[in-house]
Design a protein. Structure first.
Length: 349
């Protein structure tokens, strides 16, 4: 039997060819995803969770450290999936959270290391903070731990108001994860949001840090990566802007959708799970529902490109000054985590 997803992709691709548009979009009425397609999506999420769990266990045995991919992103994916009704065993979650936070929290309270390349903000801290904001009721990171992360961010802000990854050599900050100081600053700004005192007259280092970050972002030319567009949209969502005011930013992100239903990390780049899953996640947070054809096409891309072991194929890339990494494990893990996160958030079980 022909896969319902293959049919959707084919039909919409024809639409794109007919209109000459890069993004395959039709004027057909929006409609709920079919039961057969939804079953495939749920299976893809479950396979993704199995891959993340098993590959993290392998990494843990071989490398011992948790890292910003095998630790942080596993907690992120498990937390999102659990909140959407997917089965995440309590003991598995607790063990993964402890493993991840043992490394994070032993460093998050330290003074800033001033050595070049050592002064970077902690990426795990920012991602766990954003995760906590976007998953109401999550229990992976406590309120006290989030306050400690906020203090870390204040200490690690640059004098110009940014949060920087560029303090490390290009070879040590491969994109898309360590993509730009704009992305780091957006993450820092979003992370600090819940910690700003409600009373405007109350003195606050956190309010001042966010204001400096906002000023830096306003003065800095926005970059053109999909991830930067994602987080610029998420910033506005977290700042409480109305759905009407977000329409232009949502349309900007949708316009980058490729004819195969996915997103690429850069404009004109081939689609992959990292960019597609992340875009799905943030579009959902911005209010886009699963009855939208753009969401269903993205899900179709992810289901059709997932490997049998639950991972998604990814290709390492680098900044212009560096050679791409030869080890595909980190980017494969990041991509597989985002693919799982995007599907789980958009299609609850």
């Amino acid at each position: 039997m022909r896969s319902p997803f293959r049919f959707v992709i084919g039909a919409l691709a024809v639409c794109a060819l007919a209109t000459g548009a890069r993004s395959a979009r039709c004027d057909d009425p929006q409609k709920p995803v079919s039961a057969a397609a939804l079953e495939q999506i749920h299976k893809a999420v479950e396979k993704g969770l199995v891959f993340l769990r098993e590959d993290a266990a392998k990494w843990r045995t071989e490398k011992t450290c948790s890292t910003c991919h095998h630790g942080t992103m596993t907690v992120y994916a498990f937390t999102v999936a659990k909140s959407q009704g997917y089965d995440v065993p309590a003991d598995t979650m607790a063990d993964m959270v402890k493993w991840t936070k043992d490394r994070l929290l032993e460093r998050v309270d330290l003074p800033r290391d001033t050595r070049p390349g050592w002064s970077m903000v902690n990426t795990s801290a920012m991602n766990l903070s954003v995760m906590a904001q976007t998953v109401p009721g999550q229990e992976a990171v406590t309120a006290d731990e989030l306050k400690r992360i906020a203090a870390h961010l204040v200490r690690h802000q640059e004098a110009d108001g940014s949060w920087a990854w560029s303090s490390a050599p290009p070879k040590n900050r491969p994109p898309p994860f360590f993509e730009s100081d704009e992305v780091a600053t957006l993450l820092g700004y979003i992370s600090l949001g819940p910690h700003v005192p409600a009373k405007a007259e109350e003195k606050s280092d956190i309010r001042d840090a966010r204001a400096k970050g906002a000023d830096w972002l306003a003065k800095t030319a926005p970059s053109d990566s999909t991830q930067a567009i994602d987080y610029r949209l998420l910033r506005r969502v977290r700042d409480g802007e109305s759905p009407e005011s977000l329409k232009g930013a949502i349309d900007e992100l949708i316009a980058r959708q490729n004819s195969d239903g996915g997103w690429g990390q850069l404009k004109e780049a081939h689609s992959d799970a990292y960019a597609t899953g992340q875009a799905l996640y943030i579009l959902n947070l911005a209010g886009m529902k699963s009855d939208r054809s753009e969401v269903q096409r993205a899900a179709a891309f992810l289901v059709s490109t997932q490997k049998e072991d639950g991972s998604w194929p990814m290709t390492p890339r680098s900044h212009a000054e560096a050679t791409p990494a030869k080890n595909p494990v980190p980017i494969t893990y990041f991509g597989s985590a985002w693919g799982t996160i995007g599907l789980a958030r958009s299609f609850p079980k």
